[in-house]
Design a protein around this ligand. Sequence first.
Ligand code: URA
Length: 432
Amino acid sequence: MRMYDLIEKKKRGMALSKEELVWLVKGLDGSIPDYQTAAFLMAVYFQGMEDAELADFTLAMAHSGEMADLSGIAGFKADKHSTGGVGDKTTLIAAPIAAACHVKVAKMSGRGLGFTGGTVDKLESIEGYRTELEKEEFFSVVNQCGMSLIGQSGNLAPADKKLYALRDVTATVDSIPLIAASIMSKKLASGSDGIVLDVKMGSGAFMKTERDAVCLAEKMIAIGNRAGKKMAALITNMDEPLGYCVGNVLEVKEAVRVLKGEGPADVRELSVELAAQMTALSGKSIEESRESAEKALRDGSAYRCFLDMVKRQGGDIKLLEDTERFPEAQYQFEFCADRSGYLSRMDTQKIGIVSALLGAGRTAKESSIDPLAGIVFDKKTGDAVKLGERIAVLHSSSCYGFEEAERLLREAVVIEKQKPEKKPLICRIIRL
Ligand code: URA
């Protein structure tokens, strides 16, 4: 086979065969030059991929590295994936709720990159918590407390790493089939029986419109179904951060408040629905699953699952039992309204960038983060604000960067005379 011919075929809008795709993905080990792979990616960007072709491509990517075998864990294993948001701490809540509903959650999560946060960074902000476990210990934690949250192994879908790096420098990141293949290759390699996708749309998401978010969700569901996985997707609003807190320690504290039956309504609503969908994939009705999820939060069983897991993985649970014990950022800056009115819009991507500027995010994979940095909002969109009233507190361990952060946040948070219409958080649920 010649890469030239595959590029030519894709350029003309023809579907590649399974054999061709397997050959192509194998060639990402260095035998196909980057310039040809880049040309192929651009051809996919313009021509797209048929459903069967996309599934074959994704499976080949998944098989490029280790395929997790979770058969050592008893019961139905459910995973969840968010396409990336700001203030999204739902994994820390939905996973223990699902575990308390007798679904096993053996989850490999990623780190934050750019303006979005990552579960592994949040977990590592709990003193002592280990995100790298040997397989036997990982299985044992899941078998004993119903869940374990760890980092992705270095050998998970290496073809995706190669392709993502090339997409990043060839303006082909925002291709729906390439995003679907990238996400699903890692999910398929992670080995769960069912996957619930949280596809974000809006100003803080990859997908800016509902149409694109639904298209991405349907493509990922089709890939998962063809690979024999039970699938569901939520299309959710990312036109404002989820909850009030953005940043690692700040988000862990907010997640724990929700697990204790307090915390913001939006975080609670989405976490319960995600956990209910994960539970429903195991065969229960969605109504029964929602009831069980609500009950697991109410009776504290989800909170106890989370504590149990954190303890087994070395984390200091005293911090969770009394979240006031978490350290606080040395520098805090109040961000106040420069006029009266209603908080009408939030540019969530910019808010993510502000949080990263304060130290909560990273610009390159290897850069370190400040676990204490971030933003705590006092207001959400639709709230009335008075001139001079506090809207948020910016947290950082460094005294530098507040000026730039304030300038950007001023652009991101829009105050207008008119009270805005509040959009629903969960826009659609797709179960095919
Ligand atoms: N997340 C991924 O893992 N891959 C993409 O292409 C986009 C978001």
